[in-house]
Ligand binder design. Structure first.
Ligand code: HEC
Length: 189
């Protein structure tokens, strides 16, 4: 795809140069997706690094109520707080959930508002992409991406529960644009 786009861009600029040399249009097309543009955001591993310094919430009690992450301490981190008056989280919102000390010693998941075209097949949570992350071993606050998509890879289970393989269904049921944690209730911002 990249090559194809490059080809068209190159062909277009050749035509441009040949036909309208006086216009000075140099590299106007901003179609690089490194971090995204006005309509899409594509998260790379580097976008999660430093998440421990983001605004955070201890949601351990709520996770217990929902019957997930038994025994663990659950913290959520958000890269940008939503402005007030919204019914959906803005493009580029990254929410990381970290659970430590439970049956599974360390779990790191994230949801990223990547924009139109992501996660639109039912049961859709439009615009959100799911991630499992892993901390780097080097002691930095960096992460690597284990998987990303509309849900976990086939055969993976969530929190050890084979019945709950997907991510959308539970999160849709939470309302609030699919974000379950009470401190991130849009109506409270
Ligand atoms: C059994 C229902 C359930 C399933 C299935 C589920 N989640 Fe969640 N998830 C929750 C609940 C409830 C919370 C809020 C936790 C809290 O408030 O303590 C949450 C929180 C999160 C958060 C933080 C943002 C938020 O909504 O509060 C992320 C990120 C997340 N889950 C990722 C995932 C991923 C990735 C999957 C699929 C692999 C998944 N979840 C599947 C119930 C679920």
């Amino acid at each position: 795809m990249k090559e194809l786009r490059f080809f068209f861009a190159a062909a277009a600029s050749l035509l441009f140069a040949a036909g309208a040399a006086g216009c000075g249009g140099s590299g106007s097309g901003d179609d690089t997706n490194g971090g995204g543009d006005a309509t899409n955001f594509v998260a790379f591993a580097k976008d999660f690094s430093g998440y421990h310094a983001w605004p955070s919430y201890d949601v351990t009690g709520d996770a217990d109520l929902a019957g997930i992450h038994d025994g663990s301490t659950v913290t959520e981190y958000v890269n940008q707080l939503p402005p007030s008056g919204l019914t959906a989280f803005p493009l580029g919102t990254i929410i990381v959930k970290e659970a430590t000390g439970g049956t599974i010693p360390h779990e790191l998941f994230a949801m990223v508002k990547q924009g139109p075209g992501f996660n639109e097949a039912p049961p859709a949570l439009p615009g959100w992409f799911w991630f499992e992350l892993q901390n780097k071993d080097d002691g930095s606050d960096g992460v690597s991406i284990v998987w990303e998509g509309v849900g976990p890879p086939n055969g993976e289970t969530y929190g050890g529960d084979p019945a709950a393989g997907g991510c959308n269904t539970c999160h849709l049921a939470c309302g609030n644009d699919g974000v379950c944690a009470k401190p991130l209730n849009l109506a409270d911002f």
